[in-house]
Design a protein around this ligand. Structure first.
Ligand code: FES
Length: 100
């Protein structure tokens, strides 16, 4: 499956990734981010902004993710933790921005 990833400093790229594992794992494998806590919703190093059209298609947030986003002052409705987004064929074409 393909993901569209933009980084805050400019470039946009399409990644071909397996439709399994988490978005954080896919982005880390591409060298685009670090997931310091290993996907425990505890570090915030996997923060991404999600294009509005994609938000309703993502899994609902669990309490730990909501709490960390609030602590990071990223509870704007567009930010998610990539480690909490399981990749699935329905997310083909998912578009995210990695903040700088
Ligand atoms: Fe630490 Fe996602 S990898 S919060």
């Amino acid at each position: 499956m393909a993901l569209s990833v933009r980084v805050a400093d400019g470039g946009e790229q399409w990644l071909e990734v397996a439709a399994s594992g988490s978005l954080m794992q896919a982005l880390a494998a591409a060298g685009l981010m670090r997931g310091v806590c290993g996907g425990q919703a505890a570090c915030g190093t996997c923060l991404v902004r999600v294009e509005r059209d994609w938000l309703p298609r993502l899994p609902a947030m669990e309490r730990a993710e909501r709490r960390l986003l609030a602590a990071l002052e990223a509870g704007d409705g567009h930010s998610r933790l990539a480690c909490q987004i399981a990749l699935h064929p329905r997310l083909q074409g998912l578009s995210v921005v990695i903040p700088g």
